[in-house]
Design a binder for this molecule. Structure first.
Ligand SMILES: [Ca+2]
Length: 496
């Protein structure tokens, strides 16, 4: 027997789907809902923000934002690479469900994405900056994107379908465009703005204002710069993303001094790369400060949820690498700062584990759509959880908050040759399974005790049933199976 309420809901839903391809509850004049300003950098590692304890740079504007809101210390991605994370962000689903598994993935045209649901709920929506989903945006009131990876200097944009070139530096321009859109929006309705920065993505081209930073001093080397991968599986030996051998002249922008070799050449590569990376971040930090001043001047700070994050982390010479992809901490972890004065306490630190999946339900939650209503509006299962219960601090997550995370990476080929892998991380342990190694090799595991080995230098995995880690491995294997079932992931070799 179908109740009248259920029937009505079904009819409303069906009509909405027919009309728009994406359901929603219609404009809701309910309690005042906040604006959402989501600022996402590209490849900005958490250990390159001073509020996360950076040893190599200062980020005063981002630090200030963190001091005014919540700093999440365990924010993780689900697949450490650019395009897939953008699809996770918009759909709230893992790569195997949203269809964008690697950087060549195209977001399906009929995908129901967050701006569609928030648009139906009465929000104005815009996407400004890097997009990288290989087709034009859909579902936004306004979009102004960098084609492909975008350019640092005098970049081309596509503004609501029209190509144009803008003189200047990409981070400045992206923030200018964000301010212009906010300044000219319909101020009677809340907004959702995705502001996606190109920086500090490769090839790390700084602007003139920051080009001379760090000129007179070397940046300290990371502790694991000379990791020899002694206890690791084949995967760490096979990759092609080393500071020593795989940075190109475009990356380092000069020929090395004659006669330099070995450790000295590796250190020279590192300095060339990391200084430009940090110079790009200095511009990001300045521009976030500029955007926050603008919000203050527009009297929008109290009613706007400001989020600063990165699509994933990055190796800053850690383990001798640049780039990301691996499930190791530097690449898995993102900075995540949320400020919303009506709900966050200044200076809160939250150590609950969050995932890229959580942004979609969070935005829907702020728009008044929770749980089943959020999934109804999106027309599919949302696999993450709203971060809103974590915002009020001090940091005790709800009793049912996740105690483990699941990760799956797919882009095994060139240019960086990181084999496909999935894994599970708990508060203390991480187990990774490289299930598809070249040459038909059998799958290999790595196990790390993050409490005693935070840099993941000592692989503890063993098949020996008498090992002191046998029980930990059995538990993590069971958890990995449980998570693959929970998230409906049939891709990759099954866990034996
Ligand atoms: Ca990225």
């Amino acid at each position: 027997m179908i109740s009248m309420k259920t029937l009505t809901r079904f009819l409303v839903l069906t009509l909405a789907v027919v009309a728009t391809g994406c359901a929603g509850p219609g404009a809701e004049p309910a309690a005042k809902r906040p604006n959402i300003l989501y600022i996402m950098a590209d490849d900005h590692a958490a250990h390159a923000l001073s509020c996360y304890g950076s040893r190599i740079n200062r980020t005063p504007n981002l630090d200030r934002l963190a001091s005014q809101g919540v700093r999440f210390d365990n924010a993780f991605c689900t697949n450490s690479i650019c395009t897939p994370i953008r699809a996770v962000l918009l759909t709230g689903q893992y790569s195997h469900l949203n269809g964008v598994m690697d950087n060549s993935g195209v977001l399906p045209k009929d995908a129901c994405i967050v701006p569609m649901a928030l648009g139906k709920a009465g929000y104005q929506t815009a996407h400004i900056g890097k997009w990288h989903l290989h087709r034009d945006p859909t579902g936004f009131d306004h979009w102004d994107i960098l084609p492909g990876q975008g350019e640092y200097h005098d970049p081309e944009f596509i503004t609501n379908g029209v190509k144009n070139r803008v003189r200047g530096y990409v981070t400045d321009i992206t923030i200018d465009k964000a301010m212009e859109w906010i300044g000219t929006r319909d101020s009677t309705r809340p907004f959702l703005l995705y502001c996606h920065l190109k920086a500090p993505h490769r090839p790390w081209e700084p602007d003139a204002r920051h080009a001379a930073m760090y000129e007179d001093a070397d940046i300290p080397l990371p502790k694991t710069f000379d990791d020899d991968y002694a206890t690791r599986t084949r995967a760490a030996h096979l990759q092609t993303m080393t500071i020593e051998k795989h940075l190109t002249k475009t990356d380092v922008k000069a020929d090395p001094p004659p006669g330099l070799s070995g450790a000295a050449l590796k250190a020279w590569h590192y300095q060339r790369y990391i200084k430009d990376y940090l110079r790009c971040i200095a511009s990001v930090d300045d521009n976030v400060g500029r955007l926050m001043e603008f919000l203050d001047a527009q009297h929008l700070a109290d009613d706007t949820v400001v989020i600063y994050t990165s699509d994933q982390g990055f190796f800053l010479g850690d383990h001798g690498w640049y780039d990301k992809r691996f499930m190791y901490e530097e690449s898995l972890r993102s900075p995540l700062i949320v400020r919303y004065p009506r709900e966050t306490e200044p200076g809160t630190v939250c150590d609950a584990m969050t995932l890229s999946l959580d942004f979609a339900p969070t935005f829907l939650d702020f728009a008044g759509l929770e749980g089943a209503a959020a999934e109804e509006a999106m027309q599919h299962e949302l696999q993450g959880a709203s971060l809103r219960p974590l915002l009020r601090g001090p940091a005790r997550p709800p009793a049912d908050w996740r105690t483990s995370i699941y990760y799956h990476y797919y882009e095994s080929g060139e240019p960086h040759t990181v084999p496909k892998h999935y894994g599970v991380r708990t508060e203390r342990y991480k187990m990774i399974r490289f299930y598809e190694l070249p040459g038909g090799r059998a799958a290999q595991y790595e196990l790390y005790d993050l409490r005693s080995d935070p840099h993941e230098l000592h692989n503890l995995f063993t098949g020996d049933p008498a090992s002191p880690y046998a029980a930990v491995i059995a538990d993590l294997t069971a958890e990995l199976k449980r998570l693959r079932a929970k998230y409906h992931d049939p891709t990759g070799a099954p866990v034996p």
